[in-house]
Structures are given as C-alpha cells and as structure tokens.
Design a binder for this molecule. Structure first.
Ligand SMILES: O=C(O)CCC(=O)C(=O)O
Ligand SMILES: [Fe+2]
Length: 309
C-alpha cells in the first residue's frame, strides 16, 4: 500500500479571481501535476447516471461486450488487453475499458455504441457527459494558458482545441478471484499521453501517484476521492509544451479487495496541432528538450504501445 496520502490543491473553475486561480494551478502543475477541480458544471446527477450506465455495460455477458471489441481506439477492451506500462513484464492490466472518441463530424461515426434495445439511455448519457466534460476541460485550458503567462485563448488560437481530440475511457476494475503470485495492477504505472485528464472516481481507493519517478526507490502516495470533484492531471504533451515545467506524473491503480469503477476524460490536442516548446517555457539557458511533434502522430505511437496485439 502507499506510504502516505497526498494533499492536493482544490481549484475552483468558476472562481472570479482568475489570476489567483491561475497561480494556484501553476503551483500545482509544477509541484505535483495533479489537483482537484470543483465547480466544473457537471452535476452529481449526471455523474451518477454515467456510473450507472457504465456498470450496466460491464455487467452485460462477455459475449455482448465483445461484440463491441475496440476498433480505431473506440469500443471495448477486455481484461489484460492493455498494459499501461509497456516496459513491465506483467501480462497486462486487471481492468476492462470502453472508449468513446469525438462525437461530431466524420470521426463521430467511428464510435461504437451498445444497442438501444439493450441499453436504452446509454448513448445519450455518455454524449451528454462527453460534451459537458469537454467544455469544462476547454475552460480549464484557458486558465492553464494564464498560468503559463499566455493569453487565455492561446491553445484555441494554436488550433489545439478546434476541435480537441477528446476521449472518454470508462474503466472497470473487477474483484480479482484467487491469489496471484505476481502483483497484478488494476492500471500499471503510467503517465497520461495528452494534454489534460479529468478523472471521476467512485469513492473506492486504489489510485496512487509517484512524484519521484527518476529515483530508484519509488514512493507511492494515495489520491483520495472528493465527492463531486474531478481529479485532474497533466499529460505528456503538456509536459513537452512546457519543457517539463508542468509535470506529467506517474500514477497507477492498485487492487484494494474492492470492485472499482472510474471514468477518465482525456482532453488531447487536435491531431494536426504541432506541439512544440512554448516561448514562455524556454530560454537560452533552458533550451527546448523535445523536438516539435504532430499531436496525432505522438498519440498514435503511444496508443500502439499500450496494446499487446
Ligand atoms: O482509474 C483510475 O483512477 C485512473 C485511470 C487512469 O489513470 C487512466 O485511465 O489513465
Ligand atoms: Fe492515467
């Protein structure tokens, strides 16, 4: 188990004092890369509906779930299918997931949905959650621009958010039956790939972060659930943008002997956006550490490494 629990700052997305909120975000992203987000516009009722519908899907017979097996990163990914830490020798993560990508335009037709006869309100619920969470993420991105001493519409103007590449990942960590010799993790140690992640959890523990990923002995700290708050973390593309000023922190989910559900929303840049060091994050003494990269190419490569086949 983790040695200690982490106290993360609470950021109010609706605060009228945007400059002081931006300063708190900056401190959180420099020090930990994780914070809580409140007043984000998603009400308790919608969270409840999303978790209920998610449970209904994962409780369908395996045969039904497998009909929606992932294609183009959308749909169902069964137990052990993913390994979020491709460097580990583990046989995969003890979780099952379901992905929903951008809803609109040509990309929208790539999504897979359970049939309405089986789960009547599933698609509507997920679409509502997708739009509202993407909106919260976009508003948060403008506070992040402020935190980086940029104009509030910086990421908008860059094309990163027009439209963003948003993905919902519904997660289910079932109870593991039988003792296992090696430690199998619900989600193995990883950092998220993109810009920002807004994570909703069900109150069951297990999420841990490691702030000293480069040291030999890693210290893992528990991240607690706060009712109604998102747990937000910075992804690797944001770390590249900021020349490692903002941290994309290693995290994982350990098994606690309880079944667990969570819902991650990845707000990633438009695939055609070129991610290169921000002017406010480099200088002569601190030159860019990464070459510019097209967001879509970077994310594709990371996704490919996640799957065993
Ligand atoms: O389930 C969780 O709490 C974390 C999931 C996660 O880290 C991810 O999906 O990237
Ligand atoms: Fe993650």
């Amino acid at each position: 188990m983790a040695q200690k629990a982490l106290q993360l700052p609470i950021i109010d997305l609706n605060s009228s004092d945007r400059n002081s909120t931006a300063a708190s975000i900056r401190q959180a992203c420099v020090e930990v890369g994780f914070f809580y987000l409140i007043n984000h516009g998603i009400d308790e009722e919608l969270f409840q509906k999303v978790f209920e519908e998610s449970k209904k899907f994962f409780n369908l017979p395996l045969e039904e779930r497998t009909k929606l097996f992932r294609k183009s990163h959308r749909g169902y990914s069964p137990l052990y299918d993913e390994n979020l830490n491709p460097k580990s020798s583990s046989k995969g993560d003890y979780k099952e997931t379901f992905y929903i990508g951008p809803l609109d335009g040509a990309l929208g037709s790539l999504n897979q949905w359970p049939s309405e006869e089986i789960l009547a309100r599933w698609r509507l619920t997920m679409e509502e959650y997708y739009r509202k969470t993407q909106d919260a993420g976009t508003r948060l991105a403008s506070l992040i621009s402020l935190a980086l001493e940029l104009n509030e519409d910086y990421f908008e103007k860059l094309g990163a958010l027009s439209p963003p590449n948003g993905f919902i990942r519904l997660l289910h960590y079932p109870l593991e039956l039988g003792a296992c010799k090696e430690q199998v993790l619900g989600a193995s140690a990883h950092s998220d790939y993109g810009m920002l992640t807004l994570l909703a959890t069900d109150g069951v523990g297990g999420l841990q972060v490691c702030r000293n990923k480069l040291e030999q002995t890693q210290v893992w700290e528990d991240v607690h659930h706060i009712n109604g708050a998102f747990i937000v973390n910075i992804g690797d593309l944001m770390e590249r943008w900021t020349n490692c000023l903002f941290r994309s922190t290693l995290h994982r989910v350990v098994q606690t002997g309880r079944e667990r559900y969570s819902v991650a929303f990845f707000l990633d840049p438009n695939p055609d956006c070129i991610v290169e060091c921000l002017k406010s994050c480099c200088s002569e003494s601190s030159p860019p550490r990464f070459p510019p990269i097209r967001s879509g190419d970077y994310l594709e490569e990371r996704f490919e490494l996640t799957y065993a086949s």
